[in-house]
Design a protein around this ligand. Structure first.
Ligand code: GH3
Ligand code: MG
Ligand code: MG
Ligand code: MG
Ligand code: MG
Length: 311
C-alpha cells in the first residue's frame, strides 16, 4: 500500500510545533472499507498529532460529518460498498465548499480517469496508490494550510484588528440577516466612550488602545446573545435580535453602571472610563435609518451629561 516509510522532515516538525503552540486540534475523517488501510492511515496521521475519525463507507462518513462540525479534511477511498468515493465526494460538496472541508481522494494509478473524476466531483487533491508517507503528509498539510489561510482571511475581513471583535462590515451583514428572520422587534444601541480624546491626551494613545480592547471584550461578554461590533474609533454597536426595548434598556443601563465602576487596567494604572449609549427599537425601518435614530439618541445622552442611556 505504501512504498516506503520516511522520517519526519524538519518542515513537518515545525508545523507540528506551531500547531501545538496554538493548541489546535484538527479532526481528519478517514473513509475506507478496509480496516488495515484505516489503521495504517490513522498511524500516519496520529504521528502528526491529528485526531482521526474513521468511517467504514460513504453513508457512515456522511453521518459522521453531520454530527462532527470540526472536520477539516476527509481522506476517501474509491471502491467501497454502498457508495463510491466519487459519489461521496460529490455529496459532501453539496453541503460543504472546498475551502471549508478538503477532500483528499485515494486514487489508483491503474485507473487513469479516476483522479480526474474525483477532482471534477469536488476533491481538492488526489493521491495515487501506492504513495509514500512523505507525499501523503505534504498533500495533507498543503490542503490544511489552504483551509486555514482562508479561515484567517475570513476572520480578518470580519473582525476589527485592534479589539478582535466584529467590524462594521460583519455587523451589517449579520444584523441584516438577523433582522430578516426576526419575528419580533429588536433593539439597537450605539455606544461611544466618553471623553476618550482626553484619555489619549493624558495617558497616551497606547493606553487608549488597551482600554478599547478591554471595553470591547466587556461589551462582547455582556451581550453574547447579540451582535457586538466596533464601528470605528471609540464607537461600538450592539444589535439584540427579538429583544424588547424595555429589556434592552435594563441591560444597557446595567452595562453603563458596570463601565462606570470598572477599573480599566493600563500598565501600572487603573483608569475609569464611562460610555454614553443611544438605544432604539428596530422593527420596520432599515438598519441605516435605525442607526441614524440611535445616533440622535446617543447625541442626547452626551448632551445630558454622558454616562447614561437615552432611548
Ligand atoms: P465624547 O465624550 O464627546 O465622545 O468625547 P470624545 O473625546 O470621546 O470624542 P471625540 O470624537 O472628540 O474623540 C474621539 C477620540 O477617540 C479621538 C481619537 O483619537 C480617539 N480614537 C479613535 N480611534 C482610536 C484608536 O484606535 N485608538 C486610540 N487610542 N484612540 C482612538
Ligand atoms: Mg475499498
Ligand atoms: Mg466618537
Ligand atoms: Mg467619545
Ligand atoms: Mg465626540
Amino acid at each position: 500500500f505504501i512504498l516506503k516509510e520516511t522520517v519526519h522532515s524538519f518542515d513537518y516538525v515545525g508545523k507540528l510545533l506551531t500547531r501545538l503552540k496554538r493548541n489546535m486540534q484538527v479532526n481528519i475523517l478517514v473513509v475506507d472499507d478496509s480496516l488495515s488501510v484505516r489503521k495504517y492511515l490513522r498511524t500516519l496521521l496520529e504521528r502528526q498529532n491529528f485526531t482521526v475519525i474513521e468511517a467504514v463507507d460513504g453513508l457512515d462518513a456522511l453521518a459522521l460529518l453531520a454530527e462532527t462540525p470540526q472536520i477539516k479534511v476527509v481522506i476517501t477511498d474509491y471502491e467501497m460498498p454502498n457508495m463510491s468515493g466519487v459519489e461521496l465526494t460529490s455529496k459532501i460538496r453539496r453541503k460543504h465548499p472546498h475551502e471549508k472541508i478538503a477532500i483528499v481522494a485515494i486514487s489508483s494509478s491503474n485507473n487513469a480517469m479516476l483522479t480526474a473524476r474525483f477532482l471534477k466531483n469536488g476533491a481538492n487533491d488526489a493521491l495515487n496508490k501506492p504513495f509514500d508517507a512523505e507525499e501523503f503528509y505534504t498533500r495533507i498539510f498543503r490542503n490544511l494550510e489552504y483551509i486555514e489561510q482562508i479561515e484567517e482571511i475570513e476572520f480578518a475581513a470580519n473582525h476589527d484588528y485592534l479589539t478582535k471583535i466584529k467590524n462594521r462590515r460583519c455587523f451589517f451583514e449579520l444584523s441584516n440577516q438577523a433582522l430578516k428572520t426576526a419575528n419580533k422587534p429588536s433593539a439597537l444601541a450605539l455606544l461611544d466612550l466618553d471623553h476618550f480624546k482626553a484619555i489619549n491626551d493624558t495617558y497616551g494613545h497606547e493606553a487608549g488602545d488597551i482600554i478599547l480592547v478591554q471595553a470591547a471584550q466587556r461589551m462582547a461578554a455582556h451581550f453574547k446573545d447579540g451582535i457586538v461590533a466596533r464601528l470605528g474609533g471609540e464607537e461600538f454597536c450592539v444589535l439584540l435580535p427579538e429583544t424588547s426595548i424595555d429589556e434592552a434598556l435594563g441591560r444597557f443601563e446595567f452595562l453603563c453602571h458596570h463601565f462606570d465602576s470598572f477599573e480599566f487596567k493600563v500598565l501600572t494604572q487603573s483608569l475609569n472610563v464611562t460610555t454614553s449609549i443611544g438605544l432604539v427599537e428596530i422593527s420596520q425601518q432599515d438598519l441605516s435609518t435605525a442607526l441614524k435614530q440611535a445616533d440622535e439618541a446617543l447625541y442626547a445622552a452626551k448632551e445630558h451629561g454622558r454616562n447614561q442611556v437615552v432611548q
